[in-house]
Write a protein that binds this ligand. Structure first.
Ligand code: IMP
Ligand code: MG
Length: 424
């Protein structure tokens, strides 16, 4: 890679979600033309301008909804859809997205069309997309074909279920929502990068204690529903299933994917050695107050106790790791991911697309397949390179949340939509 290409590559890959940015551009037009400032105009004008802005925003989202459908239809034919033409890096959509409906819901909550000085933002659109995804999955839950239904909801750990570096306590408001999902017969997976190889499962129990204990003690759930909680740790390396009040280690031979079983142990070792060397060199070169930690299936650069690394330092480290590993032959023979965890940087063997796929394969039976359109992954790390939930997009539909509070809100909506449609 030439140095010029490297810089371009870093800038390009570093951009935030291209689809969201594109939508933001589309919604900026009605904001400029119709969301007129209220100073000096009457309240009648104010109402008119709100309803005009609302109508235009909704129209655009309906048009994009149709473009997503067209893109989904084009995928099996090889035809270049309009959406793919306009947003070349657009990801996969495993379900339809009712964007217009989702806009009306989020407009009520976020006053989007009533705002005069703040245009529809990246976050507004991220949340509209989440709501559309949840609406669709909630609606489909009662479809006559079980093949279309939501069957598996997976969660990232840090920032999604609990604050970064913390654990899930019994008073977490996410737990009652998860219990409702289990009661509806759904499988719950925690797909976390945190890699603890000890088969006792003690470390995962320590981080998920609140959830494990509440589910185990719940009088609303039967034993089968309770055992529908699984933990996939170290991206796609260590699988556990809830049994009583403990997490039972599942032997990899019972779940390993074909694409993983061909990885040669020497390539894994050499990738981790090379990763440790890159991280150590960067620590010295950038003068970082950090430690390099080696694990069985990962290597990380973590700040020294009491110190925080700057976002730019973490991003420099993760981008350097990524392009150096791309050119390292043993790493090219396996799957790895290098990501910025918010306060640290890790290079792990495997990634979350595999972690989610393992759960899909493990839970599938002859009668009931769990496939990407039956799966929802909720996580906080979706900003393309250097974000480890991003790869889960390859294996299922997703919700991109910003904190555990948003996770709770998404699950609350999901439970409400499923219940609403049950009564119609
Ligand atoms: P996640 O958000 O649940 O995927 O967890 C990511 C965080 O787990 C990282 O930012 C690290 O702080 C922590 N972690 C602990 N062990 C590991 C490991 O082996 N690989 C990657 N991350 C780890
Ligand atoms: Mg996270």
């Amino acid at each position: 890679m030439t140095s010029r290409y490297r810089v371009e590559y870093a800038l390009k890959q570093h951009r935030r979600d291209e689809f969201i940015e594109w939508l933001k551009g589309l919604l900026a037009v009605p904001f400029v033309l119709h969301a007129v400032k209220s100073n000096g105009i009457t309240s009648v004008d104010e109402i008119k301008s709100t309803s005009e802005a609302k109508r235009r925003y909704a129209e655009i989202l309906l048009d994009v909804e149709h473009m997503v459908n067209d893109y989904r239809n084009s995928m099996n034919t090889g035809r270049l859809s309009r959406l793919k033409q306009l947003v070349p890096n657009v990801g996969l959509f495993f379900t339809k997205l009712p964007l217009e409906k989702a806009f009306y819901i989020e407009d009520e909550r976020r006053s989007i069309s009533k705002r005069r000085l703040v245009a529809p933002s990246f976050n507004d659109i991220r949340v509209i997309l989440n709501t559309a995804q949840i609406l669709e999955l909630g609606t489909n839950f009662h479809s006559s074909s079980t093949d279309d239904r939501l069957k598996l909801v997976t969660f990232d750990g840090d920032v999604t279920l609990y604050e970064d570096g913390h654990s899930m306590e019994k008073d977490s408001l996410i737990i009652p929502e998860i219990i409702q999902l289990l009661k509806k017969g759904l499988y719950i997976g925690i797909v976390t990068a945190a890699g603890y190889s000890n088969p006792s499962g003690d470390k995962y129990y320590a981080r998920l204690k609140g959830l494990v204990d509440c589910v185990n003690e719940s009088e609303e759930l039967n034993d089968e529903q309770k055992s529908n909680i699984l933990v996939m740790g170290g991206e796609a390396n260590f699988l556990f299933r809830l049994q009583g009040n403990r997490l039972l280690f599942i032997n990899p031979k019972d779940w390993i994917l074909n694409e993983m079983s061909t990885w040669d142990p020497q390539s894994i070792l050499e990738t981790l050695d090379f990763g440790a060397k890159i991280l150590t060199d960067l620590k010295i070169k950038l003068g970082l107050p950090a430690l390099v930690i080696r694990k069985e299936r990962g290597v990380g650069l973590v700040p020294e106790p009491g110190v925080e690394l700057h976002r730019e330092q973490l991003e420099e480290v993760v981008l350097t790791c990524d392009y150096k590993l791309r050119e390292f032959p043993p790493a090219c023979r396996i799957t790895y991911c290098a990501f910025n965890g918010g306060s640290d940087v890790w290079i792990d063997i495997g990634d979350k697309s595999l972690g989610v796929k393992v759960l899909q394969k493990f839970l599938s039976t002859k009668e009931c397949n769990v496939r990407p359109h039956n799966t929802l992954h909720v996580g906080d790390q979706f900003a393309a390179i250097g974000a480890n939930d991003y790869r889960a997009r390859l294996s299922g539909s997703t919700c991109w949340i910003a904190n555990p509070e948003e996770t709770k809100n998404c699950l609350k909506d999901l439970n409400v939509y499923i219940d609403q449609w049950a009564t119609i």
